[in-house]
Ligand binder design. Sequence first.
Ligand code: XMP
Length: 510
Amino acid sequence: KVVILDFGSQFTQLIARRIREAGVYSEIHPCNVDPAKVKALNPQALILSGGPSSVLEGGCPDLAPEYLEWNLPTLGICYGMQLLAHKLGGKVVSSKDREYGRAEFEALNDSPLFDGIENSDKLTVWMSHGDRVQSIPDDFEIMGKTESIEFAAMGNRERKIYALQFHPEVAHTDQGAQIINNFLFKVADLKPSWSMSSFVETCIEDLKRQVGDDKVVLGLSGGIDSTVAAVLLHKAIGRNLHCIFVDNGLLRMGEREEVIGFLAEHFDLNVKVVDAADEFLGKLKGVTDPEKKRKIIGYTFIDVFDREAKNIDGVKFLGQGTLYPDVIESESFKGPSAVIKSHHNVGGLPETMNLELVEPLRELFKDEVRRAAYELGLPEHIIWRHPFPGPGLSIRILGEITEERLQILRLADRIVQNELIASDWYRKVWQGFAVLLPLKTVGVMGDGRTYENVIALRIVDSIDAMTADWTRLPSEVLARMSNRIINEVQGVNRVVLDISSKPPSTIEWE
Ligand code: XMP
């Protein structure tokens, strides 16, 4: 396994991705982690990430001396390079001109890092730095330069320490993945062995070891993350996993049956379905403010879950579908003076419940969870299900939430889902759903005037939900959705299309 020490670069996660794509397991740790903890992981190679600091400033994040004593194959990137140069006897200076973006790089001296790289005398690479190395340590050789930097790559073949001023992990760097692979396979002599099936196997073994004969309680939402977490835990500990599915009355049509039905049928999962719709809808009565709705749903969920969990005798663990980006977000190194935030847990559940956490997905990225789901034999309709927010339909019903309005939205939303699937667009869009607006408009049906609800269609493309754009669906698909909703859903006489991007809008309307 490879350990990446994070010095605060925005690209650190990308380094981990590239290494995993090469079939090697990697873990990110903050640069000030206790070296004994890293030693215990028995890493076979070390990568020092970039970062926003300057080695010329007092109090900059440092590399503990142990790391260099272990004689591990090491790759320093950007700040990591400057740190290596600084610590091993070279000199770093600050340049007046910060360099961001594209540069042309020339590899020198047949470095193993650039083995098999095409056109290695003029590679486009991506730079992002203020300082630069002015002289390299005595026992190092120069391995590449750019027009403005004499030492853009350096290395010591014998000690297997290499360093790059540019970022091989970003997509803009030509053949960057190959450069990282060269470090892994030609310098560090690693063999690709990390795959999803090996992950699933070792994960189940690890869970068995961690949990033993104790009980785990897990909140099943029907989303892919908690579903995969549940199936992994189930394979490890069987009926000692107690899943709680809280039906808050704000789910989409058929959602509860679809998820629970499948899991119960194929996995003999221990699931308690809690029908708490009245409790949630009671507390939401008369509430129209979006933030209030979210808060009420948040604390009511904790109440219900807590109550149900207490009914299970001798639970010791709380299972959660936390993903790697959430872990990194809360543990990553945030600069020289920042302390590392402790892991925040969803809704503050563990604090009130005094349970130990078990998080089988904490090493995975979202698309890796989907691959794990395939590996575990989950069906496509669960694997590709669009994200659905915790507060459910409540934030898609603008204004007050009533049974009647929920029913209107459920019917309209089902038509949107069906038409996306029928037209083969479902998997191509990030999310597609209906929103019920808090207003009525005039229409004409048959010979009569109507005065009824408006449904908005929100269908977006996105990679990570951070940014999004409205999907340019063919007008025939939109026309079918509109016709069907107005004809089939009583109480709706108008359908409109949301054509805003995020930002400045958001995906959900509340
Ligand atoms: P916005 O509306 O902020 O949504 O653009 C971004 C993504 O997050 C989902 N979303 C939520 N998911 N709890 C969740 O689990 C929530 O409270 C929540 N609010 C929004 C939204 O569906 C979209 O995918």
